[in-house]
Ligand binder design. Sequence first.
Ligand code: SF4
Length: 463
Amino acid sequence: MLIPATPQTAAGAAPKVGFVSLGCPKALVDSEQILTQLRAEGYETAKSYDGADLVIVNTCGFIDAAVQESLDAIGEALAENGKVIVTGCLGAKKDASGEDIITKVHPKVLAVTGPHAVGEVMNSVHLHLPKPHDPFLDLVPAQGVKLTPKHYAYLKISEGCNHRCSFCIIPSMRGDLVSRPIAELMLEAENLFKAGVKELLVISQDTSAYGVDVKFRSGFWNGRPVKTHMTQLTEVLGQLAAQYGAWVRLHYVYPYPHVNDVIPLMSGGHVLPYLDVPLQHAHPEVLKRMKRPASGEKNLERIQQWRAMNPDLTIRSTFIAGFPGETEAEFEYLLDFLKEAQIDRLGCFAYSPVEGATANDLANPVPEDVREERRARVMLLQEEISAKRLQAKVGKTLRVLVDEVGGKEAIGRSAADAPEIDGVVHIRRSLVPGQGKKLAVGEFVDVTITKADAHDLWGTVTA
Ligand code: SF4
């Protein structure tokens, strides 16, 4: 049935959406929810196809006759109107060869979602028929309110955590993992890129676990199904970033085997060859006491494997020194691991008991002065490792994103440097060679590295 028109609003020029609702009562409820949301956002519903700015068809895929009826309705909407978004059960159905039924028959539809997908449908509507502007409600820009500089932004892909690390109280505060729908993330990413973001930093408590809570179900982006999974998310974010000449950087990645599938995505220049992997320790017994995710993984082998796949990979990690029960031998095991692993960027904290953390009840707490002393030993070793690794960059030309421009020097970051936590690239002379104009914040430049210390690099813009 074609939903009748809403009464005219005072605005008059509000965008109009035609709505065809097919199928069972559950589908009808989905339709009601979508229509409610459309109305709440100021859209009108149109009484005929040609009076509508786009048409949503809510389909049924239960029996063959229903499939045919749905395909016919989509065909009619395409012929009459041309701009069609499809939702409902048929959207989730594939044919015998595994292809999506709808896009095979009607490749021109703008987007396809499965059932119960109000958010995804609304994201598609926003994309193809922007929301009416309401000066009283729309105080927030499309990309949301951001506290970061205009040229980089964080994309939080999930909330909460399914792990129970003994030193951490996050799960008791934020609950178990809840992954955000992939279409919602992609729309947010697109809005950020459109607003001028040049570097998107993917964050969560456990990026590798993205989608576990929803059994990696498929969402839809640009009319094609995309799994709620770290690998697929990274892939589509990389493709989107490529359209805007931007970077994507991954944080909080636990070393599970599927991370191996992400490394090849880093060779295109948009998903950065950078992994922030919070390892916290190396000794298996300490990791067990910490109840760390992926504690059974052979982290050293995995790091070596990743580096063999992409020699430009930068690995950042954090460690805790002086965890309860940590013996001198266990600590030295950690130092040996660090010598082998040659982590590029490293932070080390002396264990600090957080109120409510179960680790506080573990036997043999390490005295505070020993914790501090061990932290200092890790940092001393890391300084040596970092200086050597940064020295190897002298003479190379790196792509750098400019963060600040001063009178004589600009400051930027290469693929190896996340904002706030890693080092920077000092760019001597803040002028674009041969042009006499100043570098601009948010601009990419190629910098030839001339000097390094244990944290930062120095160089000049390549002419
Ligand atoms: S430290 Fe452990 S429990 Fe806490 S958020 Fe990270 S993975 Fe989850």
